[in-house]
Design a binder for this molecule. Sequence first.
Ligand SMILES: NC(=O)c1ccc[n+]([C@@H]2O[C@H](COP(=O)([O-])OP(=O)(O)OC[C@H]3O[C@@H](n4cnc5c(N)ncnc54)[C@H](O)[C@@H]3O)[C@@H](O)[C@H]2O)c1
Length: 318
Amino acid sequence: MGDPLKGKSAIVTGAGRGIGRAIAMALAQEGASVVVNDFGVKVDGSEPASGPADEVVQEIKSLGGKAVASYGDVASWQDSENLIKACVDNFGRLDILANMAGILRDRMIFNMTEDEWDAVIRVHLKGTFNCTRHPCVVMRQQRGGRIINTTSPAWIVTTGHINYGAAKSGIVSLTKGVAREMGRYGVTCNAIAPAAATRMTMDPAVAAALQLRAERGVAREDTAGNSAAAALAQMDPGAVAPIVVYLGSDQAANINGEVFGAVGGRLSLYSHPVEMRMIYKDPQEGVWTLDELETLVPASLASGLANPAPPQPPSEKK
Ligand SMILES: NC(=O)c1ccc[n+]([C@@H]2O[C@H](COP(=O)([O-])OP(=O)(O)OC[C@H]3O[C@@H](n4cnc5c(N)ncnc54)[C@H](O)[C@@H]3O)[C@@H](O)[C@H]2O)c1
């Protein structure tokens, strides 16, 4: 274990598996003391267990690092408060928070149940809020801290799991807002949009659903087809960790409110959405009429736009 993060303490949620585990290991490798949080659930969020968090703590300790386990549910207000308390009680402060916990309940919009919507929004969006809200009290008092949230390339557009895409989009908004509220206290808040081969992406049910969406022509361009699936299968979750460690370090003090792509060896910076076209009518002249819009919109706001999902003839039932 090295020591660039020596004396710092970190919380990583969802650290029992996949990308969260890789980040917890990397932070410990650089000298941070780590609270390894994991509810130990299946991909759909069911059947909590303590094993995954315990295993990662043992792994860190066996390499000479410092870690304690936390088995709480990030979406529980009480558990998330206890999580921060565990960090401060064990290590005296909280310097780095990496929110990685996540689940899936994939379904097309017309089949999705209320429970499937609520479960995904609850873990990703409320979980990120909970686990950011309590640390912000501590970090504000400390006048410093680093928060790294997890969105996904799906925050821009996704199909077959709009509950997930909506939560990940919400996480971007939350991240940018927290960055503005907490920057004055020396706290930064950024997000990563990763991709890696974990059980979340390699699970046979998830792969089958992706395949079906590709066949139906509703998959995102970058996830459709065998070559995209084969490329994802090669992506080590460990490749996501370095940018998170960097954003957690003192060197990243002026990076605040940004979203970074982390896909294999490719790191990227997302742009901030802006209004790109505008038409204007003086309010003194009344509101737009439908006649005006029928003429103006195709020639201005909607000029050159293409429907990404044009109507198709009904598919034959087998
Ligand atoms: N793997 C990818 O390609 C990919 C792509 C985009 C975004 N992400 C995001 O990265 C993060 C990590 O995903 P992963 O691929 O490593 O998945 P994973 O399933 O391997 O790990 C997620 C971990 O989160 C834990 N968890 C789930 N619900 C929890 C809760 N309520 N409280 C605490 N822990 C909980 C699980 O037990 C699991 O160990 C997720 O937020 C995911 O949405 C992953």
